[in-house]
Design a protein around this ligand. Structure first.
Ligand code: CO
Length: 284
C-alpha cells in the first residue's frame, strides 16, 4: 500500500541560537511532533545577518541531533573536546544522551548557508546514556543515481531499490538504535517519478526544500513537511525540479516533556536537567 499525505505542516519562520533565522515544520508546536521526531529546522539564506551569530554554547539532554549541511561551513565544538567541521553534503550525528554542551558557529562571513537540523527522541532507557558524536564527511554519504535521471543521497538506514540494496553511513545493526532512522536526500527532475520503500510500522515524513512534489497524486510544495500515512512505500512525482528529504523512524510511544533543549519523560526529569545544568553536572 502506498503511503498518502496525512497532514501538511507548513514551515514557520522562527529564530534560535543567537538569532539564526530558521524555518520550523515538525515540532513548530507541541502537537506537530511525529514520534520519534521532535523537530525539523531548515536554515537557508544568502544573508549573513541571518546566520552570522550562530549557536553559541548551549546544552542538550535526552535525544539526538542530526545536522545536515547543504551549503556553507559551520564548526561544532563540545564539552568532550570534539571539534567537527560541517561542510556541504556532510552530516553531524550527535547523541546528547545525559548531556552535551556544544556550539555550532558559522565559519563564513558571506555566501549561502543552508541545511537542516533534525531532533530524534531517545527512549527513557537511553536518555541518560553517555553523549556520543559522529562526523560524516560528504564523501561518506551513499549516493545513488536513479535510472530516471535524478539521484539520492542516503544518510541513515538502508534501502532496496530496483533490486539493489544500499546502506547509509548511519546504518545500525538491528536492535542497536531504538529509532532505526531512515534519512534520504532526494534530487528529482521535472516529471520524474520514484517509489521508495518505507518500513510499514515506522512514522515518516517528507520535507520539500526546492521545487514541488506530488505524493500519491497530492501536491506538497516547497517549505512544507508532509506527514505520511500508513503503507509500505511512498510514490512520488516531481511536478518541477525538486529537492526533498524523506525521514522515517520507529516510534517510541512514551510521554514527552520538553523544556527548550531538554526532552525527557516527566516534569521531574526536566527539573533535574535544569538543576544539573545549573550545578555543572549536566554532562556527568
Ligand atoms: Co545544539
Amino acid at each position: 500500500m502506498s503511503r498518502q499525505l496525512n497532514r501538511v505542516i507548513p514551515s514557520q519562520t522562527t529564530s534560535d541560537g543567537a538569532g539564526v533565522k530558521l524555518r520550523r515544520s515538525i515540532g513548530a508546536a507541541d502537537g506537530l511532533r511525529l514520534d520519534p521526531f521532535l523537530m525539523l529546522d531548515e536554515f537557508g539564506t544568502d544573508r549573513p545577518e541571518d546566520y552570522i551569530a550562530g549557536f553559541p554554547p548551549h546544552p542538550h539532554r535526552g535525544f539526538e541531533t542530526v545536522t545536515y549541511m547543504i551549503d556553507g561551513h559551520m564548526r561544532h565544538e563540545d564539552h568532550l573536546g570534539n571539534v567537527g567541521e560541517l561542510n556541504p553534503g556532510g552530516v553531524q550525528w550527535m547523541t546528547a544522551g545525559r548531556g552535551v554542551i556544544h556550539s555550532e558557529m558559522p565559519q563564513q562571513e558571506e555566501g549561502r548557508m543552508r541545511g537542516f537540523q533534525l531532533w530524534i527522541n531517545l527512549p527513557s532507557a537511553e536518555k541518560m546514556k553517555p553523549a556520543a558524536y559522529r562526523d560524516i564527511a560528504a564523501h561518506e554519504v551513499t549516493k545513488l543515481t536513479l535510472p530516471t535521471g535524478g539521484s539520492l543521497r542516503l544518510i541513515a538506514g538502508s534501502l532496496s531499490l530496483d533490486g539493489q540494496a544500499i546502506s547509509g553511513p548511519i546504518n545500525p545493526v538491528p536492535g542497536s538504535m531504538s529509532t532505526d532512522p531512515l534519512f534520504i536526500d532526494l534530487m528529482l527532475s521535472t516529471g520524474e517519478a520514484l517509489s521508495l520503500p518505507v518500513t510499514t510500522e515506522y512514522n515518516a515524513f517528507l520535507y520539500v526544500y526546492e521545487g514541488g512534489l506530488e505524493v500519491g497524486g497530492h501536491p506538497l510544495a516547497a517549505r512544507q513537511a508532509g506527514v505520511l500515512g500508513e503503507g509500505d512505500r511512498v510514490d512520488l512525482r516531481a511536478t518541477e525540479a525538486a529537492r526533498a528529504i524523506l525521514v522515517a523512524g520507529k516510534p517510541i510511544g512514551e510521554p514527552i516533556v520538553q523544556y527548550g533543549p531538554f526532552v525527557m519523560n516527566s516534569r521531574e526529569e526536566i527539573e533535574q536537567a535544569i538543576a544539573d545544568y545549573r550545578d555543572g553536572t549536566l554532562t556527568g
